[in-house]
Design a binder for this molecule. Sequence first.
Ligand code: ASP
Length: 316
Amino acid sequence: VCCLAGILGLMQTTDATAGGCTAQAAYTLLIHGGFVGYSERVQPHQLELLKSITRKGRARLAAGASAVDAVTEAIVAMEDSGAFDAGKGSFYNTGGFVETDAALMDGDTGRAGGVAAMQRVRNPILAARLVMDKTPHTLLVGATGERSLAALGAKLVDDPAAYFKPYPLTAPQPGDEHGTVGAVALDRCGHLAAGTSTGGTRHKLPGRVGDSPIIGAGTFANRRYALSATGKGELFMQRVATHDIAARAEYLGVPLQQAADRMVRELIGQHDGAPGAVIAISADGENVMSSNGYGVLYGYATEKLPPTSGARIGGE
Ligand code: ASP
């Protein structure tokens, strides 16, 4: 039984890579556009973007794309849009330049890839994918990591100061709020994946790395759950938040929403006083968001539910 299951698992993985996931009807795509501090700062164009990215991703999953591909593609679209704190729209650090972080995890195989403190990579999530697919490592960082990635085919921008949209270091004004991006997906093989991409927090020091590229902190997936976080990365790292939520749900047998609320609202929110939100799905069809403040932007679709987007307000 063990070996047959192993062979079937291998076949499913191969199918997923080829875009041939059709074993089950159910699929899910849940994406986020970060934690925006005030509900009045939710911008209609961001919600439209999240909806259209979700629509494309939903069609891909319906056609048999793997969860890893669906997550990667959704995040590339958000990075390229310039509408979020990821890829093109990344916040500048206190040194006046961009350093991006991203990670991707394949819940079925347990493989993961991440990049941190990238200054010239055009799509951090594609760089994370290269780490996962083309290296024996899990995390590559900084200028030397970037050189390794360029050698593996990562696209770099020629002039970072021209490519990355400059972002003021002062407090954001209404209308310019934007946040980290993430995605979780369940494909029709029944496999899960999670990814997160960010320019990090405002006013971060050069060299600072957040939770997004750290597996188990801002990004995590296994065969049961896939999660992506946004908020104050220091707390998500210190609490190993996404892994803790998955472990709490699995080991205690509690609903995923309850496990996520315990971490995001009680621990990081009430106890630590830090902003945060998580999107999470399970292979059994649980789809949850947990937020401890105003407005985590999301896009969501399943095989039954057409694409929808909105802002999830903490406390609801
Ligand atoms: N979690 C990200 C970081 O700390 C930032 C965010 O989600 O807003 O880098």
